[in-house]
Design a protein around this ligand. Structure first.
Ligand code: ZN
Ligand code: ZN
Ligand code: ZN
Length: 290
């Protein structure tokens, strides 16, 4: 399995769009890996986990061709994870299909490429956001988008990929967000963002797998512990729990993403601080294979 981190920040970005606090100012000065866009990740070349505005601008900069993507697993419809307006840009009128590229250029269309069906998976909140977006589902023959409703703990398979949605504790609305256990080619990934933890029924499911890689949100870093996101203290507690249950081995592919500039130092500092703990801090454009 190959994972490309396309974005690794929490909602406000890193630096925060409107913020000049010490961390945000330092990130602007240092540049490079210290600058983060909103979190999303590509699995191999064909499955995307979350799709936000940062995805559209970042993909060509890191050599990703979105036209190959066949599946989109959406965690939840917060704007830093799901921007359905970009699905409207897949549209190509069927009448254009017979035309040459030169003839297509005479017409107006957001896309000139015949796309494979994009299978979007998400919960009821994601479905609501998707269907509220003009120009996507009501003309799905043009956008080639289809939606599949996920259920807590119920495995689904598409192509050679199997995934189990896990309801996470994020916001006060139950079932607003789901994390994913993803299996492909004999490897297992836990993508745990956004989450502040799991209810007992979901934790049982999380602890029932053995992971080759865990990607977890590290939103509030050195800051206060809150219910609906992780801090470093909570990340460490989860790691201890995973080790106690034998589902993860120390030092094996544990990556933090969804980093907030407030209470979490810029990448260079934070990565150096955690490297001896078996915790890696992801950055935009980082590729891992396992
Ligand atoms: Zn988020
Ligand atoms: Zn700031
Ligand atoms: Zn969120």
């Amino acid at each position: 399995m190959k994972i490309t981190f396309i974005g690794t920040s929490a909602g406000e970005g890193y630096p925060g769009v409107w913020c000049e606090c010490p961390n945000c100012a330092k990130a602007r000065k240092l540049g490079g890996r210290n600058i983060r866009g909103n979190s999303c990740a590509l699995l191999d070349d064909d499955y995307l986990i979350d799709m936000n505005a940062h995805f559209a601008s970042m993909a060509p900069r890191i050599g990703i061709s979105p036209a190959k993507i066949r599946g989109l697993l959406v965690t939840h419809p917060h704007m830093d994870h799901f921007a359905p307006e970009f699905l409207e840009k897949r549209a190509m009128a069927p009448a254009l299909r017979r035309l040459s590229w030169e003839e297509k250029c005479e017409k107006i269309s957001p896309c000139f490429t015949e796309l494979p069906m994009l299978h979007v998976y998400g919960n009821a909140h994601t479905r609501k956001a998707l269907f509220a977006q003009n120009g996507v589902m009501e003309q799905f023959q043009n956008t080639m988008v289809t939606f599949h409703l996920i259920e807590d703990g119920v495995a689904q398979t598409q192509d050679d990929l199997t995934f189990i949605p896990v309801r996470s504790r994020h916001t006060s609305i139950p079932g607003f967000c789901h994390n994913y256990i993803i299996q492909r080619g004999g490897k297992t990934l836990l993508y745990a963002s956004d989450t502040g933890g799991y209810d007992a029924d979901m934790l049982d499911i999380v602890l029932s797998q053995k992971y080759d890689c865990i990607i977890m949100e590290g939103t509030f870093g050195l800051g206060a512990t809150v219910d609906f996101h992780m801090s470093l203290k909570k990340n460490r507690e989860m790691l201890r729990l995973f080790q106690e249950h034998g589902v993860w081995k120390h030092g094996q592919n544990f990556h933090l993403t969804h980093i907030c500039p407030h209470w979490t130092p810029p990448h260079d500092e934070y990565a150096a601080m955690l490297k001896d703990e078996g915790i890696e801090v992801a950055y935009d454009g980082k590729i891992i294979e396992f």
